[in-house]
Design a protein. Structure first.
Length: 253
């Protein structure tokens, strides 16, 4: 029997990176997963890798109607929604002086507003069936600053405190819905590759970044996915409003 056996889960950003790993790990532990992403080809490939009863659905996390449709589909097809993993995210490698307003708005639309809309849709579905677990993927950049990630830091900081507000609201209302945030450090994903490429002109390399991590390596996507499974499972039934860091010790100093 798996740790999340029989639970119904939606995972955003599931076409690649941390989202894909979360979908894969939840499925391996017995959940039925609805993988979602704007990347249709990548999402369909990820769902095909898992096979039935897992499925893919195109979802733009900035679209309220799309969120409502996805949550309704989970309830219609499976009777309930137990888990939401808000893993979709984007980053722009610019300091405050170089960040444009359009870049600022894009990062916040996906990272902060997308998570907000996901929490709303999940609570609406979960409170009817007695509860669930919302897991918001933030970042260590939502806890400590980075001079070259102005918009990203602000958006992930918003996710961090939104999570706590959602957790307290759901607890006070007696919904049985828990909400926690996960804060990865540098994890080996396509997003990391893009950030390293953008920073290469300043002498920043993968090796240099890895050496700066106390454990001496980048995180792997499963390092985050294992934590997500814990938060999705009943093992964490007394954990809500928490922020859990997965960063190889980077924020310990």
């Amino acid at each position: 029997m798996g740790r999340v056996d029989g639970k119904i889960a939606i995972v955003t950003g599931a076409a690649s990176g941390i989202g894909r790993a979360c979908a894969r790990r939840l499925a391996s532990e017995g959940a039925r997963v609805l993988l979602t992403d704007r990347d249709v080809s990548g999402g369909e490939a990820a769902a095909a890798e898992l096979g039935a009863p897992h499925a893919f659905r195109a979802l733009d996390v900035t679209d309220p109607a799309a969120w409502a449709s996805a949550a309704d589909a989970a309830v219609r097809e499976h009777g309930r929604l137990d888990v939401l993993v808000n893993a979709a995210g984007v980053a722009v490698l610019h300091d405050i002086e170089r960040t444009t307003l359009d870049e600022w708005r894009l990062v916040h639309q996906v990272n902060a507003e997308g998570t907000f809309l996901g929490c709303q849709a999940a609570i609406r579905a979960m409170k009817v069936t007695g509860g669930g677990s919302i897991i918001n993927v933030s970042s260590v950049a939502g806890i400590v600053g980075d001079p070259d990630l102005a918009a990203y830091c602000a958006s992930k900081g918003a996710v961090r405190l939104l999570t706590k507000a959602v957790a307290l609201h759901a607890a006070r209302a007696g919904y049985g819905v828990r909400c926690n945030s996960v804060h990865p450090g540098f994890v080996d994903t396509p997003m990391l590759d893009a950030l390293v490429a953008a920073a290469s002109e300043r002498g920043i390399s993968r090796a240099k970044l890895a050496r700066a991590i106390p454990l001496g390596r980048f995180g792997e996507v499963d390092d985050v996915a294992h934590l997500v499974v814990y938060l999705a499972s009943d093992e964490s039934r007394f954990v809500t409003g928490a922020e859990l860091v997965v960063d190889g010790g980077a924020t310990a100093r």
